[in-house]
Ligand binder design. Sequence first.
Ligand SMILES: Cc1ncc(COP(=O)(O)O)c(C=O)c1O
Length: 386
Amino acid sequence: MRDLLDYRGEFPILARATYLINHSLGAMPAEAERRLGEYARTWSTRGIRAWGEGWWDLPLTVGDQIGRLIGAPTSTVVMHQNVTIAEAVVLSCFRLDGERRRIVYEEGNFPSVRYLYQAQTRHGAEIVVVPEGDSVADAIDERTLLVPISQVLFRTGEIQDVEAIVRRAHEMGAHVVLDAYQSAGILPLDVTALGVDFATGGSVKWLCGGPGAGWLYVRPDLAASLEPTFVGWQAHARPFAFEPELEYADGVARFLTGTPNVPALYAATAGYDLIEEVGVARIRESSVRQTELLITLLDQAGLDVGSPRDPARRGGTVTVRTPAFAAVHRELSEREIVCDFRPDAGLRLGPHFFTSDDELRHAVEQIAEIVESRAYERHLGAVARF
Ligand SMILES: Cc1ncc(COP(=O)(O)O)c(C=O)c1O
């Protein structure tokens, strides 16, 4: 078994920066660049034949690799561009004008997902937003259609009790759409054991797969019976017959839309391969130890930690509130310490399996020094988006 720090050589940015932003844009494996070159070479040398030699099937073959990482059987995961599209396809399976038209989610849900569901009020949906600290499960009743929740909340890095929510949703006849963007690749996830109806995520974060490779898991019995109305020719039983009428493909393929995002899928598997090789259980073990270390170091520096202290409730990110954290973030970036911040939450620090303990010590020392010396003041007023 390779030592975790031995993997550092696979990620070029680690030679230049203290990279603590894997909850937002995971470090790029050097192999991703080689695979993008392979994509370009295939396009230039095989031309149109590339579709038949693998490109057309990529949303399913790459989906199977995601399936291995999230405990899904083969042929139950398809690739999309992002979570928003994946959830829109799910949503399109249901009518919003009947008795059952409530959509229940937690306040900490990711904005893109919230916006998608909020927009459905124009088609009759009723939205119930569960305030932070209140039980999502308790808000689910017989009028609830969908429960789109995040396994790990993006702002605080807090893990939610998905099992309790799924249990209640199923008792009430509702479906759970689990957003696992902040968990896949850092927290062991078994969608089959959890019994969720749908699960989705992307590749930008802990999976180190880059943008444009979102995924959607559909429980096999639902994939066989539901009929999405947001659909395209990849979802047809015989796409190359170009038939005038829609006939759904069998199984999860009917949850596809149009032409797949081929280059993104080439790039993404480089990250997935490394996550599979290391193993999510081992990554989680390292993450729990390092987030614990981060919290201890931040406490010792007198800084205000916002993330849960109980490791069972903490995902891969540690948040810390400092004065003027947007300006502190800017100063850190100039010192080659890469992290981010979110309104109300403060700085977010996300080590991954390749992060060294020394990097964590260095980052905390620098945050403390920037706060103490007020070095951040020269950035006050600057607006940073990333
Ligand atoms: C929990 C969660 N869901 C979804 C997203 C992104 O959604 P999309 O793939 O639609 O951009 C993010 C972050 O970018 C996230 O943290």
